[in-house]
Design a protein around this ligand. Structure first.
Ligand SMILES: O=C(O)CCC(=O)CC(=O)O
Length: 374
């Protein structure tokens, strides 16, 4: 019997397939907080590394490469009748995704690389770790997992247990794969839509590693998550979920791009960073509908949409939101004089007190942005 990677499939069999890859030492439980939500719109298939979770250790041996792991993922996809799929992976799982996008682009429709890298800082440390694990097993390394994986005080006992229970030989073979991995000179050839997610506090693959990929992969997007270390899907599941949804869902992806163009990266990153499980769906809703459907509709120009939006906000007295849209109006090309003319017209149709508060809010923003109102 041919051995395949242990995996869990969730979601409708007819939905677009999405494969989720784990990091070294973990199992598909790394996706516990994210996969069920993603499976509303996807056939989600999450897999275990060889010798981790429920995958047979015999699938891998000394001197293994990331290419070997990618081959196992393709064999899994073949066994499930999946030809082309979206893919997201964490760290080693992300390296597998980069390998697939470079060497098997016909199989990958879209890629997300999370807390990962195009190289893992050379071979030496991984060769040493592999030798130690082959000699002593995983207990000591698992004792230090919290510090390598999470911000202080956070943990996921199930993942630490999976680390302790992994097969030492297979774990060491995965270290061999990390030691030999370096795709830096191939990144420019990646043509699939690519999202990079970095944990701001990740000591293993710090944001600079994700930035390096973002700088090289044409058209890619980078999101940095505050309050996340190396296992972002476990530590900031709601933020990872929103970013993945926006990336893998066409409408939401378009919406997120327009939202960033109009409101600016700094604002959107702040909003994403502040997100909680309670607000995640609302953020997703805004990206998908307000930005993905309305602001992307070219019947009206962005300048016209800015004028309408500012007027509506004055009419309902939403001055905080108005301040944000005065900034957006400037990004959409309105001059301070034109913004003033819009607000003056609101004095007629929305009332003088409303326009008075609107002028005060807009004046503050314009003074910050351009120093334009003297
Ligand atoms: O457990 C660690 O020390 C992090 C290992 C790493 O960077 C590769 C991975 O998580 O897949």
């Amino acid at each position: 019997m041919t051995l395949v990677l242990n995996h869990l499939t969730e979601g409708p069999a007819t939905a677009p397939p999405l494969l989720l890859g784990p990091s070294l030492g973990t199992s598909y439980a790394l996706w516990d907080q994210v996969a069920p939500e993603l499976s509303i719109g996807h056939r989600v298939i999450r897999w275990d590394l060889p010798g981790h979770g429920g995958s047979p250790a015999e699938l891998i041996g000394p001197g293994a490469t990331v290419g070997d792991l990618a081959g196992l993922v393709l064999a899994l996809a073949d066994s499930l009748g999946v030809e082309r799929f979206a893919y997201a992976g964490v760290s080693l799982g992300g390296a597998v995704g980069l390998h697939l996008a470079v060497h098997h682009p016909e199989r990958v429709s879209s890629l997300a690389v999370i807390c990962s890298s195009a190289h893992f800082n050379g071979a030496k440390a991984w060769e040493e770790r592999a030798a130690t694990v082959r000699a002593e097993g995983l207990a000591k390394l698992a004792d230090g997992a919290d510090g390598r994986w999470f911000t202080p005080g956070f943990t996921v006992p199930r993942l630490v247990r999976d680390h302790r229970d992994a097969d030492p030989g297979a774990y060491a073979a995965c270290c061999d794969a990390l030691a030999a991995f370096d795709l830096r000179d191939r990144l420019g050839g990646i043509g699939v839509p690519t999202l990079l997610i970095a944990g701001r506090e990740d000591p293993a693959t710090p944001p600079a590693h994700l930035r390096e990929i973002a700088d090289a992969v044409p058209g890619s997007t980078l999101t940095e998550l505050p309050g996340a270390s190396h296992l972002a899907p476990a530590e900031r599941p709601e933020a990872v979920l929103t970013a993945l949804r926006a990336h893998f869902d066409g409408g939401a992806r378009r919406g997120m791009a327009v939202r960033r163009e109009v409101l600016g990266d700094a604002h959107v990153d702040r909003a994403q960073g502040r997100q909680t499980p309670f607000t995640a769906r609302f953020q997703d809703f805004i990206s998908r509908y307000a930005w993905g459907e309305i602001w992307t509709d070219e019947t009206l120009s962005r300048r016209e949409r800015s004028m309408i939006t500012m007027t509506a906000l004055v009419a309902h007295g939403h001055y905080e939101e108005l301040a944000m849209h005065v900034r957006a109006a400037r990004r959409n090309g309105l001059t301070p004089d034109e913004i003033g003319a819009v607000l003056l017209q609101t004095a007629v149709y929305c009332g003088v007190p409303a326009a008075n508060s609107a002028f005060a809010a807009a004046q503050r923003v314009l003074a910050e942005e351009d120093g334009a109102t003297g």
